[in-house]
Design a protein around this ligand. Structure first.
Ligand SMILES: [Zn+2]
Length: 157
C-alpha cells in the first residue's frame, strides 16, 4: 500500500485507540473500534465485557450496532471498520452479516484472530460476502496497549 493510502487510515485508527483507552480506564481489556462511512465516524465502541457481564460486548459489535442505528439499516454498505485488535470469530461473523466493505485492524490476535491469523472468515469464498482486510495499521501502539494492560494485571496478582 502506498504511503498516502496508509496515512488515510491513521485518524480513524487513532479514534479506535481512543475507544480502547476508554475501556482501559474502566479496567476492561483495551480494545476499541469505529465504523466509518466516507470520512465520518458513525459508530464507536469499546470492550465492556466485564462491566456488562456480557460475552457479546466486544468493541466491534457495539460500534456496528451504533452504525446500524445511525443508518437505520442492517446493511453497512461502503462502511469501513477500524479495530485495534484483529476480530474474533463472533465479530468477524457480524462484520460479514453487516456487509461491511473493509476492515482495518491494528495488531493480529494469535489466540482468536479470524481475519487471517487462525482463519479468515472475512475472505471466505463460500460466504456470500467478502471483506477487504488491511492489518498492521498502528500495530505497535495497539499491541503495546494490550501487553501493558496484561502486565499490570499480572503485577497485581
Ligand atoms: Zn470479537
Amino acid at each position: 500500500m502506498s504511503e498516502a493510502l496508509w496515512e488515510e487510515h491513521l485518524p480513524f485508527m487513532k479514534a479506535a485507540i481512543e475507544e480502547a483507552q476508554k475501556a482501559e480506564a474502566i479496567r476492561e481489556v483495551p480494545i476499541g473500534a469505529v465504523v466509518v462511512l466516507g470520512s465520518e465516524i458513525i459508530g464507536r465502541g469499546h470492550n465492556v465485557r466485564e462491566t456488562t457481564r456480557d460475552p457479546l460486548a466486544h468493541a466491534e459489535l457495539i460500534a456496528i450496532k451504533q452504525a446500524s442505528e445511525h443508518l437505520e439499516a442492517w446493511r453497512l454498505l461502503n462502511c469501513r471498520l477500524y479495530v485495534t485488535l484483529e476480530p474474533c470469530p463472533m465479530c468477524a461473523g457480524a462484520i460479514v452479516q453487516a456487509r461491511i466493505s473493509q476492515v482495518v485492524f491494528g495488531t493480529p490476535d494469535p489466540k482468536a484472530g479470524c481475519a487471517g491469523t487462525l482463519m479468515n472468515l472475512l475472505q471466505e469464498d463460500r460466504f456470500n460476502h467478502r471483506v477487504e482486510v488491511i492489518g498492521g495499521v498502528m500495530q505497535q501502539e495497539c499491541g503495546t496497549m494490550l501487553t501493558q494492560f496484561f502486565r499490570k494485571l499480572r503485577g497485581k496478582e
